[in-house]
Design a binder for this molecule. Structure first.
Ligand SMILES: Cc1cc2nc3c(=O)[nH]c(=O)nc-3n(C[C@H](O)[C@H](O)[C@H](O)COP(=O)(O)OP(=O)(O)OC[C@H]3O[C@@H](n4cnc5c(N)ncnc54)[C@H](O)[C@@H]3O)c2cc1C
Length: 344
């Protein structure tokens, strides 16, 4: 049976690793980047580019029987996936192309996003020539990026957040800890406002002018679904992700599964959830191929680990949080475990 996995990030890599040794599947993994990259550590690369080798793993270093295609997918249709060079038909398809981080400004000059290793290293280079940095957004990524820069550089940092507190989906105690961490390192925090214009300077909705050599946009997720062709419009959710049924199949499609950030499942978009999707999709493809009943996906709340530089962090779970060096250590252990698990 031909299985095509579209995207080799958290979900796609774990899934490909599980199918790699299954002879009954002829598996193809397509990704424009030949590496698995551990995104939760990307903020560290902004100040420590040599850490790159620790968070990147070549896909061919842990996949031996998978057909690896390092190319951009230009078309995904209900029958085939197409790159610039080839067309891949499938019996089963898994779409796990992740999210992107669109910059919502007309002028994107000097504005960057922490998307992957390449973009993080590019920001590192620009930071070496910059004195002041604007961070747009105080959610998980914005706080981690600002903290990394505040802890390890002497840049003048300003963070603008549209809500009244940082990481507002987390307990108030966690927001307060993050705010204190940044305040103590002289980060200027602007709440309840948005960056809306990039001209000679950056301007907020409330007409605050912010001088910054570069801006790092951490303003939320978007989805690139421009490569999907021939599907009914009903598969797209209001947020732009892909609607799935309770078995993580693309709505109305029996043999197309969707995993990771791009699903419409209402839950925190995390590596951990992408990993859970991969494991369920693996089971369900095998069950489906044997005519068995599929397993349902159940959302669950999990703890979050938020880094504040390398030595500090916050653990949150529901209304509980604690902070200090332990969460930072736990996040490091998770990073090493994720890479080691793929290697083994
Ligand atoms: C800066 C940052 C910090 C984060 N911190 C945390 C954290 O602390 N904890 C946590 O759990 N999660 C964190 N996340 C979120 C986590 O990384 C994502 O939830 C996870 O990567 C989603 O997995 P995925 O498989 O859906 O997509 P991804 O891992 O994004 O993989 C998608 C893959 O698809 C490929 N692709 C996409 N389009 C195409 C195309 N057209 N052609 C070819 N290939 C394509 C990409 O190259 C990529 O490899 C963070 C993310 C970022 C960016």
């Amino acid at each position: 049976m031909k299985l095509v996995i579209a995207g080799g990030g958290f979900c796609g890599s774990i899934l490909a690793k599980k199918f790699d040794s299954r002879d009954e599947f002829d598996t193809t993994l397509i990704d424009e980047n030949g590496f698995f990259e551990f995104y939760p550590t990307l903020p560290r690369l902004l100040t420590d580019p040599d850490y790159e080798s620790k968070v990147r793993l070549r896909l061919d270093s842990f996949l031996s029987d998978t057909n690896l295609i390092e190319d951009k997918m230009e078309k995904i249709t209900p029958e085939f996936v197409e790159t610039s060079a080839d067309r891949f038909k499938f019996d089963y398809l898994v779409i796990c192309t992740g999210a992107n981080y669109p910059i919502r400004l007309d002028n994107t000059e000097d504005v960057f996003t922490v998307n992957d290793v390449t973009s993080s290293l590019m920001i590192h280079e620009r930071l070496e020539r910059s004195e002041s940095v604007l961070i747009v957004g105080g959610g998980l990524i914005g706080v981690e990026v600002a903290s990394e820069l505040a802890a390890d550089t002497d840049k003048k940092i300003c963070l603008v957040h549209p809500h009244s507190r940082l990481i507002e989906r987390n307990p108030v105690s966690a927001s307060k800890y993050a705010e204190r961490f940044l305040n103590e390192r002289n980060v200027r925090l602007i709440f309840n406002d948005k960056v809306v214009t990039n001209e000679d300077n950056f301007y907020t909705e409330d007409d605050e002018m912010i001088k910054a050599d570069i801006a790092i946009w951490c303003g939320g997720l978007g989805f690139d679904v421009s490569f999907l062709h021939g599907f009914d419009g009903s598969i797209f959710s209001d947020h732009g992700g892909l609607k799935v049924d309770r078995y993580l199949r693309l709505e109305e499609h029996d043999k197309i599964f969707v995993g990771g950030d791009i699903t419409s499942v209402s839950e925190e978009k995390t590596g951990h959830n992408a990993d859970r999707h991969a494991r369920l999709i693996y089971q369900n493809i095998i069950k489906h191929s044997k005519g068995k009943r599929l397993s349902k996906y159940q959302t669950k709340e999990f703890p979050l680990l938020i880094s504040l530089g390398r030595k500090d962090g916050i653990f949150t779970f529901r209304s509980f949080s604690f902070a200090g060096p332990l969460p930072a250590l736990a996040k490091y252990i998770l990073e090493r475990a994720a890479i080691t698990r793929l290697r083994l």
